[in-house]
Design a protein around this ligand. Structure first.
Ligand code: FES
Length: 151
């Protein structure tokens, strides 16, 4: 059984039906229309559904929506305003994507990394980003993009 709740998503109050069975990704995509968050493996392994909850990186396919009430949720749509962030620009210029299905999760995860560690080494980037799988790029462009975006 679901209940109506208010969530804070990308800085705005949003109403949604939540329950222990409804996952955060379903609220984001199906109820709030935030389809930038992608569903990949559905078991918390691939990182495609990565979002931030109170600044912490989470797999939204594993988070029951009731746990998101009272938290500040940030999706890929909430990272930039009218213009792309330097990280998003770097993904374009460095060839950090091909098919793009993993890209929102990669960028959300990389944002969390740069917030925590503004000047990461290449090995720190590779270690942090291990939870975000990409079947297309071979990861080189992703790593270059994150290094380029580091201030
Ligand atoms: Fe295709 Fe990463 S760009 S899976």
């Amino acid at each position: 059984m679901s209940t109506a709740a208010r969530l804070r998503v990308n800085g705005a109050e949003r109403e949604a039906s939540v329950s222990p069975e409804i996952r955060l990704i379903d609220v984001l995509r199906d109820q709030l229309g935030l389809t930038g968050t992608k569903e990949g493996c559905s078991v918390g392994v691939c990182g495609a559904c990565s979002v931030l909850m109170d600044g912490a990186l989470v797999s939204s396919c594993l988070v029951p929506s009731v746990l998101a009430t009272g938290a500040e949720v940030t999706t890929i749509e909430g990272l930039s305003g009218q213009t792309l962030t330097p990280l998003q620009e770097a993904f374009i210029t460095e060839g950090g994507f091909q098919c793009g299905i993993c890209t929102p999760g990669q960028i959300v995860a990389a944002s969390a990394l740069l917030a925590e560690r503004p000047r990461p080494t290449e090995s720190e980037i590779r270690e942090f980003m291990m939870g975000n799988l990409c079947r297309c790029t071979g990861y080189q462009g992703i790593v270059r993009a994150i290094m380029k975006a580091a201030p």
